[in-house]
Every structure is written in C-alpha cells, then in structure tokens.
Design a protein around this ligand. Structure first.
Ligand code: CA
Length: 225
C-alpha cells in the first residue's frame, strides 16, 4: 500500500481525506504541523505528500522545499479558494498538482493516483539501462555483474543517484543535495572521497571495470549500456 503523507492542521479535513485515501487502498499518515512532517520523512518513506498551504508553524511552500531536500517526493498542495497567487507559486516551486478548498476527497484521491502513475513511470524506466548493474531500490541493494556490493550509506546513495539516469552528468552540488541533503558538515570533497571508495569496490568485482566517469569541472556520470 503506497504511504501518503498528509499535512493538514484542520482535523475535519484531514479525517475525510484519510478516509477517502484508505477506501482507495492507500495508507495515509497524518501530521498536524510541518515540524512533525519533517521528523517523519527523516526516517520513513512516503510515495507522495499532500500539503496544506496554510499551516500554523511553516508555510506549505517552504515545507515542500524542506521535504524534498535530498529525496524525490511528489507533492500535491491544498490551497485556499480563490488564492490564485498560491496556485501559481505552488506550480512554480514544482508542485505536481494542487486542489482548491473546498474539494471533494474523491477528486483528491483521483489526482493522487494520476501523480503517482506519472512519477512511477519516470522512476522505473531508466535503472535497467546501466551496464552491469542490478538495483533493488526497495531493499537498497545493488549488484554489479551479479555480485552484491557491500556499500556504505553514502556510497549507496551516490550510486543510486547516478543509476537513476545512466549517461547523465550530475554535478557535485546535485549529488550533495540528493545524498547528503540532511547532513550539515559536508563539502565538495565529500563526494570525491566516496566516489573513490565506490570505484575501488567496483574494481574488486572486476579489475578492468570503471563505469563511473569523471567529467572535469562538471561532475560524474555512470555509463549507459
Ligand atoms: Ca490550514
């Protein structure tokens, strides 16, 4: 069951949304505040977030930015009626969709389905295209040439990020953002250091293999098949 993070400070709205999500086979997790939501995403996985724009402790847009730091998370905003500026800003900062209050819970659930289908299609296609790799994203395990790799958390994060789009160059900043999004003490060198240890582990499997490419001044990529 896909877990849906719902951040909404009005209990009556939250109740009807949760009921509709459950009826449609989703597992809603409700938070009353942005702070609570941030604590939960730090340790739990969610397929999508539904965010009320007007929260007591943090604006929905700022919360969206924080929630997405270091992770892919589709977002649907709940905006107040007639708040045109809200809708525009929501889409500008990368909301996948928005629903204007008052809304029918069934309409919201239908939009959740559409956004998840779109996000799933984008996320499941490319990984198969990297040469020699077999990525089990749920189990957070990667095999190279059939051999399971014994990776640290950061090595895994780097490799998983590169495997998402084989052939595409990711800058150090992009890698930092995706892999070290939650850490404070990190610099550009951190990426280089972990790429180095990652390469060593790939060479242990095959001494001639070097699928990770350095693009001077740009970043890193992994070879497409
Ligand atoms: Ca509210």
């Amino acid at each position: 069951m896909p877990r849906i993070l719902l951040v909404e400070d009005e209990p009556a709205i939250a109740d009807t949304v949760q009921y509709a999500l459950r009826a449609d086979g989703f597992e809603p997790v409700h938070c009353l505040t942005g702070g609570e939501a941030l604590r939960r995403v730090a340790t739990e996985d969610f397929a999508l977030a539904v965010l009320d724009v007007g929260l007591p402790d943090i604006g929905g847009f700022a919360l969206c930015r924080e929630l997405r730091r270091g992770r892919e998370l589709p977002v649907i905003f709940l905006t107040a009626q007639g708040a045109e500026a809200d809708r525009i800003l929501g889409l500008e900062i990368g909301a996948d969709d928005y629903v204007t209050k008052p809304f029918s819970p069934r309409e919201l659930v239908a939009r959740v389905r559409v956004v998840l289908r779109r996000a799933g299609g984008a996320a499941t296609e490319p990984p198969a295209a990297a040469a020699g790799f077999d990525h089990d994203a749920d189990g957070k395990r990667i095999r190279f040439r059939g051999q399971p790799l014994d990776l640290t958390r950061y090595e895994y994060g780097l490799l998983a990020a590169l495997l998402q789009r084989p052939g595409a160059v990711l800058s150090r900043a992009q890698l930092m953002d995706r892999v070290w999004g939650d850490a404070l003490d990190s610099g550009d060198r951190t990426v280089d250091t972990h790429i180095k240890t990652l390469r060593a582990k790939l060479r242990e499997v095959d001494a001639t293999a070097d699928p990770v490419r350095t693009h001077r001044g740009l970043g890193y990529s992994i070879d497409a098949r």
